[in-house]
Design a protein around this ligand. Structure first.
Ligand code: AMP
Length: 203
């Protein structure tokens, strides 16, 4: 079995099985897509491109705390070709999906979601940590190893019936994403077409 390359910040009893919970949360059977899946060895782009992208993502051991292997995407972002390839690959997947809004998860999710929104000609919506959004918000609270955290979205983020995707940089335990999916599906009449990631960590 391939050794685990990374653990989430929230490395508690929640594991990959939580990703299955995403499909339970979303009654329309949520679809998940990752450009790069670590350890399992499948890539969505041509092999050559994916190897190049994978090698430019830097592993930082023991960050932000001991035992975590942090996937540092900053070298990818500062390389014009790699960044463009990632956005082009995401665009290719969603270009015929008539996406109204691309939702980004604070903070690194904003980078990919906003560039993708521009590329698709869609709007961009932010899901943020508590207290950051200035207007009326809906909130979803989720459990961490010790304590809890929350995510927020503006109450006027979507119009009924809009087709949306949620985008983030890394899918680890899926805890954050589960909260984001719940936040959106509980409070809005939207069509969540898919959740998309640059990297999926394999546990
Ligand atoms: P999770 O809720 O465990 O899926 O983690 C979600 C968020 O934490 C993602 O938005 C990532 O940005 C970040 N994250 C978790 N683990 C890592 C990791 N090993 N390297 C980089 N980012 C991570």
């Amino acid at each position: 079995m391939t050794p685990r390359s990374s653990r989430s910040f929230y490395s508690h009893e929640v594991n990959a099985s939580q990703i299955v919970a995403l499909q339970v949360i979303n009654p329309i059977h949520l679809k998940k897509f990752s450009l790069l899946k670590y350890n399992a060895g499948y890539w969505d782009l041509e092999r050559q491109n994916m190897e190049a992208l994978k090698s430019i993502i830097r592993d930082i051991p023991d960050f932000p705390k001991k035992g975590i292997v942090f996937k540092d995407i900053t070298p990818l972002l500062s390389d014009p070709i790699s960044f463009q390839k990632v956005i082009d690959a995401l665009k290719a997947r969603y270009k015929d999906e008539k996406i109204d809004q691309v939702v980004g998860v604070e903070a690194r999710g904003f980078i990919f979601a906003s560039a993708l929104a521009y590329a698709l000609g869609s709007g961009f919506v932010m899901i943020r940590k508590p207290g950051k959004l200035p207007y009326n918000t809906y909130q979803e609270t989720y459990s961490l190893e010790y304590g809890e955290d929350s995510v927020e979205i503006h109450q006027d983020a979507f119009e009924n019936g809009q087709r949306i995707i949620i985008v983030d940089d890394v899918l680890a335990t899926g805890g954050t994403l589960a909260a984001c999916v719940s936040l959106v599906t509980k409070n809005f009449q939207v069509n969540l077409v898919e959740v998309g990631f640059l990297i999926e960590l394999d546990f």
